[in-house]
Design a protein around this ligand. Structure first.
Ligand SMILES: [Zn+2]
Length: 374
């Protein structure tokens, strides 16, 4: 999501990754605990002890978030959903699920599993802290982790999508109405509002001098709003494209360019002339590849006179082509996974059209806004 992630281990075949931001937050948190929080709770311990306590606490938090996400993932997998991995980052963890839950019941169970795990962990840490009261430093770390896990559970149960509570809310509305799209819209609206609330709290905090911690709320609020928005878009896309073939959304009879064309020519007579950024390349009426703006930009200006389209074109590969009968929704998923935003639509060896990711999203935006005003 933000910056690079590092794969740590694999548990039950699920890759556990850590985003770079986590290392940063971990150091900041350990420092805050060692220099601030723990010394105020228990005075007169040696400074080194505070640091040991802090490192253990940060690792404990890491493990707690991981177990929370694993609980989500394992329930999801038990119901046949595919999990690509878990990424721990700045604001917690994200279990990456492929696709959407098949039924409201699965979504409900999956969503509740995480907070349930946190409540169990919180209770366990509290009880252990009580049992080990004699060891001040150990008990302090345990009760801190107990508190953190309960806060984690409580925060996640706020009914604002994409938080777990928002998923619970969506599942319940979905169960009652049978309308997945409407349920997602309602849960996403709550998510967007909650995100706005967090941003306002953060900004007020910054204005009143509550310190940099307020920035955290702003970032969290922005993330919640972004995630709520994209979930809504995803549900609308699924709804608009459902069951419809690529043929319905493609641009038919696209303009092609012969492979022998010089790049100067391509720019003058195709790109500037048609204002398209993508052209299928033909050789004696047969499609042999495609060329786009990025390919043109990859060569320097003084080479435009010497290089031909066939030297810079992308060859035809299976991920660059769709059939007019393919389902638009699955082609969109393919585009998002491969990063190819334009595909050639071929009927056997014949080129019949071009399909662009942004056209699909434009159709979704238009039809969804019509639907909402009905
Ligand atoms: Zn969760």
């Amino acid at each position: 999501m933000i910056g690079a992630s590092l794969t740590l281990i694999e548990v039950f075949g699920i890759k556990i990754r850590v985003n770079i931001s986590w290392a940063f937050i971990a150091i900041l948190l350990a420092w805050g605990l060692a220099e601030g929080y723990f010394p105020t709770i228990h005075e007169q311990l040696p400074q080194a002890t505070y640091w040991w306590m802090s490192i253990v606490a940060v690792l404990g938090l890491f493990l707690s978030i991981l177990l929370h996400e694993l609980a989500h993932s394992l329930v999801a997998r038990a119901y046949g959903m595919e999990i690509t991995g878990i990424t721990l980052w700045l604001l917690g963890g994200i279990a990456e699920l492929k696709g959407e839950p098949p039924s409201p019941k699965v979504e409900l169970l999956m969503a509740i599993a995480g907070p349930a795990m946190s409540i169990c962990l919180g209770t366990f840490f509290w009880l252990s802290a009580g049992a080990l009261e004699a060891f001040v430093s150990v008990a302090t770390v345990l009760s801190y982790l107990g508190m953190l896990n309960l806060i984690l559970a409580a925060f996640n149960m706020v009914p604002a999508f994409p938080l777990d509570g928002g998923r619970v809310a969506r599942a319940i509305i979905w169960m009652r109405t049978g309308d997945y799209l409407q349920a997602t819209r309602t849960a996403a609206r709550m998510g967007a509002l909650f995100g706005l609330g967090l941003i306002i709290v953060g900004v007020l905090g910054l204005l009143t001098g509550a310190g940099l911690a307020s920035l955290w709320w702003v970032v969290l609020g922005m993330f919640v709003r972004f995630a709520a928005d994209s979930s809504k878009l995803q549900a609308e896309t699924k709804n608009v494209l459902a069951g419809k073939p690529v043929a319905e959304f493609m641009t038919p009879n696209p303009i092609t360019v012969p492979s022998e064309t010089l790049v100067t020519d391509l720019i003058e007579n195709w790109i500037y002339h048609y204002d398209f950024e993508f052209f299928p390349v033909v050789e004696e009426k047969c499609v042999v590849g495609s060329v786009n703006l990025r390919d043109v930009r990859s060569i320097s200006l003084d080479q435009h006179q010497a290089i031909r389209v066939k030297d810079i074109m992308q060859p035809i590969t299976s991920d660059a082509v769709a059939s007019p009968r393919d389902l638009a929704a699955s082609v969109l998923t393919r585009m998002q996974e491969s990063g190819k935003s334009l595909l050639m639509v071929m009927e056997g060896v014949n080129l019949v059209g071009v399909i662009a990711m942004k056209d699909l999203f434009r159709v979704v935006a238009i039809r969804s806004s019509l639907e909402q005003t009905e």
